[in-house]
Design a protein around this ligand. Structure first.
Ligand code: PEP
Length: 250
């Protein structure tokens, strides 16, 4: 039985005081929820939000991580620095990192190995662009990103990975993949995990959907067999929208 996992990606929003206020409200309003919940504030607010979450069940995530442990990497943040702020999960391969900042499959793969080495969990984001979908290449692209991201990861490491399927054309656009289309890709991902790691690993694999998830579409998405949670951008910035998404089954 896979426990639903809802994650909020705050992207480049919220000053430290705004982040602290939102995190505090979420701790109050989500007390006792069954779902696993993560929030990923910007780097500048990690330590502050980490202290707010300390005695709660909400886990602290980071939106990115350096591919190196330390050294001359201007502007980067290392795995140890993230852990020092209380981070336990890092989002890697988000489409904005891939398509706006040019992160390659290989770079994301190296980051994933480094995160696992430092005992961080990873949310590995995969997803096709609109052109790739229209050319009938969605499955091929997602399969390539998955295989490359997980290269050299053993079954033990895999236990600390969550996959997020986020079609690029659905992120921040208000367009959501239909639950059926999303589930088809999620099923393909699970089959690929079964092929690479066996049925048990595939059964346990958490696969989130991301792309304009809102309070009014979460229940239909979560009703699908292979959708185990959501990675939420815009709607994670307010309690009025994030709390009902977490409570999709109430
Ligand atoms: C995201 O940033 O991962 C995302 C899915 O954004 P949004 O929910 O705003 O589409």
């Amino acid at each position: 039985m896979r426990k639903p996992f809802i994650a909020g990606n705050w992207k480049m929003h919220k000053t430290r005081s705004e982040a602290k206020e939102l995190a505090g409200e979420l701790v109050k309003q989500l007390k006792g929820v069954d779902q696993r919940v993560m929030i990923a504030p910007p780097f500048t607010a990690l330590a502050e939000v980490g202290s707010v979450l300390a005695d709660s069940s909400i886990v602290l995530g980071a939106q990115n991580m350096a591919v190196a442990e330390e050294g001359a990497h201007t502007g980067e943040v290392s795995p140890a620095m993230l852990k020092d702020c209380g981070v336990s999960i890092v989002i890697l391969g988000h489409s904005e990192r891939r398509h706006v900042y040019g992160e390659t499959d290989e770079l994301i793969h190296q980051k994933l190995l480094l995160a696992l080495k430092h005992e961080l969990e990873v949310i590995l984001c995969l997803g096709e662009t609109l052109d790739e979908r229209e050319a009938g290449r969605a499955e091929e692209v997602v399969r390539r990103q998955l295989k490359s991201g997980l290269d050299d990861v053993d079954t033990d490491g895999l236990r600390r990975v969550t996959i997020a399927y986020e079609p690029v054309w659905a992120i921040g656009t208000g367009k959501t993949a239909s639950p059926e289309d999303a589930d088809q890709i999620h099923r393909m991902i699970r089959q690929e995990i079964a092929r690479l790691y066996g049925d048990k690993a595939a059964e346990n694999m958490l696969i989130q959907y991301g792309g304009s998830v809102k309070p009014n579409n979460i229940a239909d998405l979560m009703a699908k067999e292979n959708i185990d949670g959501a990675l939420v951008g815009g709607a994670s910035l307010k309690t009025e929208t994030f709390v009902p998404i977490v409570n999709f089954n109430k």
